[in-house]
Design a protein around this ligand. Structure first.
Ligand code: S3P
Length: 168
């Protein structure tokens, strides 16, 4: 199928890897959070603050259905997207799903280093509190992520190679 969905926790590298993968395959890259922000002229943080998470999840599902019409595309999904409604089943029936499966320690380092105000769920958590938040969040989400067609681990480069080897 000519549509690849990258799924995984916040900070797993979906956007970075997605852009590189799209370049290698000569596909278009789409980031779902960016798609939502451009469509509604609001940042994800603004949507959470003004409309609440429930409304964000509805907009996210709508956006997933829109981008699932695109062809020759690599789609970086938001970290929570696979865990709401039937989104995971929907992605599995519309393309190849890849779980970027990196450890809590790797996630914590990446999220500490890329600290921005772009992720409302992380708020101001850092250090031990951030580690615990990630570990608990991942434990709740893994059963969804593990429904992916492929699970890739390691460095960004290793993950990219695993995806390229397994998608044809
Ligand atoms: C979320 C992840 C974010 C964004 C929103 C909620 C989540 O995307 O969709 O802040 O629930 O994990 P990234 O995974 O791209 O950070």
């Amino acid at each position: 199928m000519n549509r690849i969905f990258l799924i995984g926790y916040m900070g797993s590298g979906k956007t970075t890897i997605g852009k590189l993968l799209a370049e290698r395959l000569n596909y278009t890259f789409v980031d779902m959070d960016t798609h939502i922000e451009e469509k509604y002229f609001k940042s994800v943080s603004q949507i959470f603050a003004e409309l609440g998470e429930r409304q964000f999840r509805l907009l996210e599902q709508q956006c997933l259905h829109e981008v699932s019409e695109f062809e020759n595309v690599v789609i970086a999904t938001g970290g929570g997207a696979p865990c709401f409604f039937d989104n995971m089943e929907y992605m599995n029936s519309h393309g190849i799903t890849v779980y970027i499966n990196i450890t809590v320690e790797q996630l914590a380092i990446r999220l500490e280093n890329s600290r921005t105000n772009k992720r409302p769920l992380l708020a101001n958590r850092k250090g031990e509190e951030l580690n615990t938040f990630i570990a608990e969040g991942l434990a709740k989400r893994e059963s969804f992520y593990k429904k992916a067609y492929l699970s890739a681990t390691g460095s960004d480069e290793e993950i990219l190679n695993q995806i390229c080897l397994n998608i044809h």
